[in-house]
Design a protein around this ligand. Sequence first.
Ligand code: SAH
Ligand code: SF4
Ligand code: F3S
Length: 437
Amino acid sequence: MKYHIVTYGCQMNVHESEKIAAILRGKGYDRESPLEEADIIVFNTCCIRENAENHAFGNLGALKKLKRERKGLLVAVGGCMAQEAGKAELLKEKFPFIDIVFGTHNLGELGELIDRKKGQKKAVISLKEEREAVEDGIEPVRTGFPGAFVNITYGCNNFCSYCIVPYVRGREVSRDFREIVKEVEGLVRSGFREITLLGQNVNSYNSDGRGGLSFPELLDACASIEGKFRLRFMTSHPKDFSEELVRVVKKHDKICNCLHLPAQSGSDRILSLMNRKYTRAQYLDRVKMLRSAIPDCALTSDLIVGFPSETEEEFEETVSLVREAEFASAFTFIYSPRTGTKAAQMPGRIDEETAKRRIMKLIAEVNENTRKCSEKFVGKTTEILCEDYDPKKGLYLGRNEAGRMGYFASEKNLIGEFVDLKVERANGVSLFGTVEN
Ligand code: SAH
Ligand code: SF4
Ligand code: F3S
């Protein structure tokens, strides 16, 4: 039997889809297939912005026909949107053919839910308020070789006023550091070359006391594991970004000099309305502290435009922050109201036209930085971890430490290997060059 998983949203979800795949394999769905040939289709959804939900709704609608044509096809919907208040009912109403709805806290139950569904006609809906155990004991079907994700925390306690994550992912819990180190060791031993530690706010790891170490200590322990590999982590909340963390990043070559430190806005008034707990000056101080310790550290960010009541001047402060903080790249978003969050109640909704104009201007600013950052590599040699082959370009590709994508030709399959790329030219976030092998 065959399975197909459709994943929306962040790396957390990408990794959870790897766990869903493991559960499906345990249930006899032993091969991945295109959507049209699958015996079970699982949608792992996201609800961070309205368009993430609209995508899932659109694609679910398209399953109606397939469901009619393929006898025995099971359709399951899980993830953040399924966990959102009232969404399971809405999903069932809009798409009566859905067989299973499960949430973010009970992914491990999916196997049982499949069994239950096979014994009854009615849809199976199972959602839990909180995660029951920190460890899920699932051995994921890794799909990102030579990269691998490792969860360090689940959930979030920050309640940034625009964000739905704390409502759909529950309170923050930390995995025991021994479990994490064991997992990283196992991955390195089996040939993975880039490990990304995942949490909504990695800096607050162990805030519940269940981790056993602070985040910098955990990072130190993971980077001390023998073998040639890279270590990344995301996401760092600027409010908890410490000198101790920077010291550990500096101490280990294995930890990439590339940090994702979402600023969200450059305006103090908006930052306060967002409940981010830092000011522009504090953010820039932390950037300065980082740059004085590790001058060549690439810094990336997330930025939101059109937050309720954001004025033109306040938006311009976000634009100038891009310049001042010298972000190597940044994800830019138009604020999307999320039901149940504080910001959704705030006055001063920004109209679509203004928001679009602002994001275009911000993107142009970010692109300028991206271009400059890539050009710095031209004429130099940079280490790439070869990740894939692009048949259209006829080139191998992989990222350098700073996250730039490098392309090169090779006779040999170099996927999973570190290579030195002699950069000849840059285009946006991409570098092109040659590798001697
Ligand atoms: N925990 C991480 C990532 C959260 S989601 C962090 O704190 O950075 C990723 C990004 O989505 C956020 O950083 C934010 O920029 C954006 N985002 C979250 N909620 C949003 C909303 N309602 N509208 C627009 N962008 C949003
Ligand atoms: Fe959302 Fe803020 Fe938590 Fe990130 S830290 S997940 S933006 S509430
Ligand atoms: Fe990630 Fe989307 Fe959930 S960004 S945590 S999948 S709401």
